[in-house]
Design a binder for this molecule. Sequence first.
Ligand SMILES: [Fe+2]
Length: 547
Amino acid sequence: MAHGRWHMARLGLLASFVFPAWADAAKQPEQIHIGIGQLAGEMTVHWSTIQESQSASPGDSVVMYGLSADELTRNSTGISFLFQDYGIELRSFRMHVATMTGLLPNRVYYYIVGGNRTGWSQPLSFKSHPISAGDVQSRLPMSYAVYGDLGDYNGQTLPSLLAEARKGELDMVLHVGDMAYDLDSDNGRNGDAWMQDIQPLAASVPYMVSHGNHEANRHFNHYTQRFRNMPSNSGTITFPEYGNVPNNWWYSWDSGLVHFVTISTEVYFASPLAQMVAEQHEWLEADLGAVDRTKTPWVIVLGHRPLYCSCDADCDSFATVNRMGLKQPDGTFKYGLEELFYKYGVDVFIAGHEHNYERMFDVSPMWDPITPWLSGITTGSTVDPPATTHIITGSAGSVEDHEPFTRPAPKRTAKRLNTYGWSKLTVYNASHIYWQQFQTDSAQPPSTWGQVMDASWLVQHHHGPFALHPRRDQVDNSEGKGLHPLDTSSVDMSFFKTGRRLQMQCKHAGHDQELACSDPSLAKQLVSKGRWQYTKLVDAAKPADFV
Ligand SMILES: [Fe+2]
């Protein structure tokens, strides 16, 4: 919708309209952040006007934009809604979402948001995304900042991210959950403060998000409403307060040579959400199955909790649930994420949640019932890996500090770090990605700030289902097939102690089942007291000896 005199306004002239004498400057838009739109040539923008409540005017939801900072020749009107915090103060304020359309590819656009009645933001800018294959080729390489678990207090990576964005080195930010610790804390003011703090980054680079356990309060209310501008392509979620709102718990979009998918690992951990596990799984399978790998050869999935990790008990329990799915009454498992990743050839799965950094190699599915955290088979490859590569980058900051590695690194692990930092994924072409981890830890020597602590090429010439990968045989013929969870297989356990060997026959029926051994009390004692070292699991002549 055109807006009369605003249509050809120049910022210099605009200033007199932006801040009329009667306007309350405190009502100006804040917490501005942008996101990739659903359609090519679109960018969405989301902002808040805190002072407006249900009894006040809804404010304005206009974005003006153009290719010059002083010629904002285009505008569009979005929508606003009353956000409700439901903390003890029952705070409510107005949120706005608008979409810029018809953007030319690979151009710097300038924009302001707000309106005549409630004031305008300062001018902001972003670089539009490529549209055609030719646009992509001329834009490459494209870089993506990736991290989880940032927080407002102790958000140690933010200065480094801002510096990188100002240099024009970032095409997108991917925040894989656990944002402000928490968005709803202090009746939502902590969320307001965090979103204000990230605005210099999030208003200039598309800030794409997944939700984590720290967003879970009140049915992920703050996450869902604060990021309504994500390019939802998965239907709606119903809230009693708002009705149907876009589903930003799981959705996907294309960027350059990558098909990105955000998933919710959190729906697996609350029984009222069990139905959503099935809904997400069905949507995810359809989405992954429809990817055109000639257009977007890389498929990268983003979620909060990892499927594999090696630091603590999460790796035995939560990671296993996301990896294998929910146990059914008949003892089988359903809705596991790993099976889909393998079936449709997801190149990389990136998570946070563990407050550390762990880059892994490829991991082919194989369930180890005795030591779940050591499950999986790896070829240790970064060149044409025959399975999904897993990476945890959850060390962006957060009030909860680091999460130390308490166990030896499995074979699948390429690098583990416990300093604060963020990751940068740079797509060079259809076969080469470069991955880096930057150190931003203020407790480390100042000279090391910004250092690259880990870097690796990831090369893949054979995108697509891993069952068809030319290196599949190397996995099948090496340490065992194990491409599906071994839910009901019999296993032999061997315990060793210097100079003596004890063997027992044990059966295992799944990851949350007790091990049934010929001498259960002795087996339990041996394992729990650590007096005997478990060394080997043999399943139908497919040993999985990872340590
Ligand atoms: Fe978390």
